[in-house]
Design a protein around this ligand. Structure first.
Ligand SMILES: [Zn+2]
Length: 337
């Protein structure tokens, strides 16, 4: 993903932050009803397991950098498909080809898990599974063409969603869920070759899916993208495009996170706009979608310290942050009726 705060003039985006028990026929009054007598369905929210999420992150990283076209990328795609198939009702692998910044056509795979297929009311959850071919934020320029592990930048969001898939298999939420692992998110031009007019080479898997969803006339009430959700002591301010396209979802998710006691993570501050998978889901597919993405909260919209370097590896993954994000999103979707 790419921070466009410094490339595009920022226009002001405004955030639009944006019954009693049933009466019985006999002599029992509403005052006497206890909460257990009210006919509200009991909602069980399965307990998110951070160890398991961490294992799913590590599993991806252990294949090696998941750079499109590489053997590691191929092996990891098979694992993602097979693992997700053990949890979801069905899995679709959407093969596509996209022109990358070098001018070549690169094959990609979006991996999609479907839960409660029959439900009309659906939520889309997504993350990118590819890792960047360039460590172009390394100080040493000789390392710039080295692929990165992408433990945070890619694998962390997928790990959290795979753990959620495991839990949804055991205890279904009441609505339909689609989990999409997008490919070719991080194949944008290396630092130094970027220009304001060349933004389209990021989030290629999401661009493809947004134009060609896996179901004809696909719709979801909203979407949640997870990116860089394994950062130690992460803060998640409101990313700019999310606040513009889906302020009500930002509000819902941040309130839930804060209610769970994670106000240190889900901070009420505003960040700049990030070109990431959610942008195209909003703009092309028309589904209001937010990006939960670790950024500094000083308003600089800086990514985490090890972003696009060789130190974006398992040493810098925090189970606590995976847990905070996983528990929050689990509550959001299970409490959605
Ligand atoms: Zn990246």
């Amino acid at each position: 993903m790419k921070n466009i705060q410094f490339l595009v003039l920022i226009t002001a985006l405004i955030i639009i932050s944006g019954c009693g028990g049933d009466k019985k026929a006999d002599n029992q009054t509403p005052e006497k009803l206890t909460s257990s007598e009210k006919k509200e369905p009991k909602i069980t929210i399965p307990e998110f397991n951070a160890d398991s999420a961490y294992y799913f992150v590590k599993k991806q990283v252990d294949f090696g950098p998941r750079v499109p076209g590489s053997e590691a990328h191929n092996h990891c795609s098979n694992w993602l498909r097979d693992k997700l198939s053990t949890y979801a009702d069905s899995v679709i692998v959407q093969n596509f080809s996209a022109k990358v910044h070098t001018g070549e056509n690169m094959p990609g795979k979006n991996i999609i898990g479907i839960f409660n297929r029959e439900k009309k009311k659906r939520i889309l959850l997504c993350a990118h599974w590819d890792s960047r071919p360039y460590a172009d934020q390394e100080k040493d320029a000789s390392l710039h063409n080295t692929p990165i592990d992408g433990a945070n930048d890619g694998a962390s969001g997928v790990g959290v969603l795979m753990e959620m898939a495991r839990l949804m298999h055991r205890e279904r939420p009441s609505l339909g869920i689609d989990i999409i692992f997008f490919d070719l998110e991080d194949y944008g031009e290396p630092q130094g070759e970027q220009s304001p007019g060349s933004n389209n080479f990021w989030a290629l898997g999401s661009q493809h899916w947004s134009r060609n969803p896996h179901v004809f006339n696909y719709s979801a009430i909203y979407g949640i993208l997870l990116d860089m959700v394994g950062v130690k002591n992460a803060t998640f301010p409101y990313e700019g495009f999310s606040a513009y396209y889906a302020p009500h979802i930002i509000d819902k998710v941040w309130r839930q996170g804060q209610n769970l006691g994670y106000g240190k993570y889900f901070v009420n501050s505003r960040a700049g706009r990030i070109i990431d998978d959610h942008l195209y889901i909003n703009q092309i597919a028309g589904i209001p979608t937010i990006d939960i993405i670790a950024l500094d909260q000083q308003g600089n919209s800086q990514f985490f310290e090890h972003w696009h370097t060789l130190r974006d590896n398992m040493d810098n993954i925090s189970q606590k942050t995976l847990d905070v994000v996983g528990k929050t999103v689990m509550h959001v979707i299970y409490l959605e009726s």
